[in-house]
Design a protein around this ligand. Sequence first.
Ligand SMILES: [Ca+2]
Ligand SMILES: [Ca+2]
Ligand SMILES: [Ca+2]
Length: 195
Amino acid sequence: MSFYCIPPTFDATIDSAGDLPGPSVEMMWVGVSLLPTVCGDGLVGIDERCDDGNNTPGDGCNATCQEVEPCFTCAGDPSTCTRSIVTCTDGDGCCPAGCGSTTDDDCPRAVSCKQAKAKAAGKKAEGLLKAFGKNEKRPNALKLAQDISKAQSKFTRQYTREESKGGCQTIGDVDAMEAKVDAFVWDVIDEICLP
Ligand SMILES: [Ca+2]
Ligand SMILES: [Ca+2]
Ligand SMILES: [Ca+2]
């Protein structure tokens, strides 16, 4: 809830025949409103950081007008937001115009590729450890081998599909990543099996 000062809306000049004594007086009517600020109306309210006249994120002023987005500066009513970072630099959280996933690892495609690869690695580790756990409960060598194979092929499929979309910062590391996941899983299993 915010308060707005409303500019004078009522002027009264007391003429010679007026009801009030004294010289002409100009009266000012000042009011306040309890209306909440509205994001997207182009006015930066008291509890807003910016208002670029929309509720769209990604253009510098976020969807709720509560944040100037990283890499932008905003000024004015309505807010004009411009990118404050213009060079392609890895790791600064910004993907300026003209930069791409091959030149800046903050650009969306590079980020989504990393997310997908990390997810695939996590799923594989989960699949292998679940297979191990199930085998402990009901030993079945054939089923264990099938579950391991399933987790491996799923990982490879997801990983390579992600790389085939393009824009990944690293490619062709599916085997190296698989070896890392396997080493982690076997290390965990060894630890669990220690007396
Ligand atoms: Ca507003
Ligand atoms: Ca916006
Ligand atoms: Ca960057």
